[in-house]
Write a protein that binds this ligand. Structure first.
Ligand code: AMP
Length: 459
């Protein structure tokens, strides 16, 4: 397939340069198919999933019509989850670098509304949010959507699955009738079809292949006895040594047990719980994204809305009962231009589930033998980094540079041992080389940043 260059689009030279700087050399299929219509101002229904480059597709559309000099909300992006909203906002901010001072604000649940309301009072051009919080702020008449000219519904099918669609309908009704509406969805069920017909005006329809083929994702199925699933998972991780992996379990109890097992074997594994509070979830995701954890263990519910680029492997510790869920799970590996690896364990009593997956995919499953892999789980792979938690964040006026300065200056840490630094509202995360992390935290006890002592601990 040929990949057209962004320069074939009516984008500004500044935006073309920005895209090059972002490493976007050519359009992804969804971008190539949707951007001409989006930039013309047409409404759009696009069937595309996370990893396809859909965010940049609608992001470039949103920015194309945006007037940075007019300080009012001109675009609204509705997402199913907080994590997705945060990811979308990050991508929009990167794309907006070509447009001068554009303010992108996230309005999402799971965090206190007050800071969001304060930021809103300072004005914003683009709002990215989740349905509940947006509707809440609308009801309280804090949010004014009367100037919105571009409305994006991202992962609309997931919003339906999660029961958000009535809220979405109310929000759409609070936007001006004259607007551009872009709807993105991995699937296009009848429930969305009816509402979409009302929301969208003569939309262009675009579909890119949502089912990954064997070429993009290398899939292997392994037969395993039920009681050896955890050992088998460790064996797969030790053999394939993916840089990062997401291991799917069907129950929370299984997640907890597997995580304990893998940690005892020396893997840097963490469980992602859907029902833990947002801070715990953030702690886990931050450690995964900064290379302090290389195996994330999750249920389908907990993994909802997770957007992790370049996942080395997906492991199905137990098969998903529904073939569509299986395809969704494995679609998390092998993102844009990257091959993925999906490893599935199947006990004899699950064979009928494997057969359903085979029928759904329309191609024979590739069965491999665990006994053909390296036998031992002595090959545990530890993540290269460990995470230092600093109990102060943006609220305490901390910036990444301040933390870097404090650690390398008075803290005496070699800069080459410091990885990603993330500063959130209340706390900050610093990735440190695992080899020096413990000793460093013990030695420092506290971190003095800009003359103030900040409490620290190792996650
Ligand atoms: P998305 O489907 O929007 O979640 O995008 C998946 C990933 O692809 C993100 O990490 C983007 O930064 C990246 N991406 C989007 N468009 C391009 C492109 N044209 N070339 C390379 N990477 C891209």
């Amino acid at each position: 397939m040929s990949s057209p260059a962004f320069s074939t689009l009516p984008l500004s030279p500044a935006q073309l340069a920005n895209l090059t700087q972002m490493g976007y050399e050519a359009m992804t299929p969804i971008q190539a198919e949707s951007l001409p219509a989006i930039l013309e101002g047409r409404d759009l229904i696009a069937q595309a999933k996370t990893g396809s480059g859909k965010t940049a597709a609608f992001g470039l559309g949103v920015l194309h019509r945006l007037n940075p000099a007019r300080f009012s909300i001109q675009a609204l992006v509705i997402c199913p989850t907080r994590e997705l909203a945060e990811q979308v906002a990050i991508e929009l901010r990167r794309l907006a670098r070509a447009h001068g001072n554009v303010k992108v604000l996230t309005l999402t649940g799971g965090a206190s509304a007050r800071p969001q309301i304060e930021s809103l009072a300072h004005g914003a051009h683009i709002i990215v949010g989740t349905p509940g919080r947006i509707l809440d702020l609308l009801d309280r008449q804090i949010l004014d959507l009367s100037g919105v000219h571009t409305l994006v519904l991202d992962e609309a099918d997931r919003m339906v699955d999660m029961g958000f669609f009535p809220d979405v309908v109310d929000i759409v009704n609070a936007c001006p009738v004259k607007r551009q509406t872009l709807l993105f969805s991995a699937t296009y069920p009848a429930t969305i079809r009816d509402d979409a017909d009302r929301f969208l005006n003569d939309p262009v329809r675009v579909t890119v292949d949502t089912q990954h083929t064997e070429v993009q994702i290398e899939q292997h199925f392994f037969e395993v006895d039920d009681e050896y699933r955890y050992q088998a998972t460790a064996q797969l991780l030790g053999h394939y040594r993916p840089e990062s992996a997401l291991a799917f379990c069907n129950t929370k109890a299984q997640c907890a047990q597997l995580t304990d097992y893998l940690r005892a074997q020396g893997f840097s594994a963490l469980a992602l719980h859907g029902d833990k509070d947002q801070r715990d979830r953030d702690d886990v995701l931050m450690q995964f994204s900064n290379q302090s954890c290389n195996v994330l263990v999750a249920t389908d519910v907990a993994a909802r809305g997770l957007d992790i680029p370049l996942l080395g492997a997906v492991i199905n510790v137990e098969l998903a009962r529904d073939p569509q869920v299986h395809v969704h799970r494995i679609g998390r590996t092998g993102r844009v231009n990257e091959n993925g690896l999906a490893l599935s364990l199947c006990a004899p009593q699950e064979k009928h589930v494997a057969e359903k997956i085979e029928a759904y995919q329309g191609m024979p499953l590739r069965w491999s033998k665990l006994s053909a892999l390296k036998r031992t789980s002595d090959h545990a792979v530890q993540a290269p980094m460990a995470t230092l938690l600093v109990l102060g964040g943006k609220k305490a006026k901390l910036r990444p540079g301040d933390l870097l300065g404090a650690l390398t200056g008075e803290g005496g840490v070699d800069p080459s041992k410091i990885g990603k630094i993330n500063v959130t509202e209340q706390v900050s995360y610093v990735a440190l080389d695992r080899k020096i992390a413990h000793a460093t935290v013990r030695r420092l006890g506290m971190l003095t940043v800009k003359g103030k002592n900040q409490r620290i601990k190792l996650l």
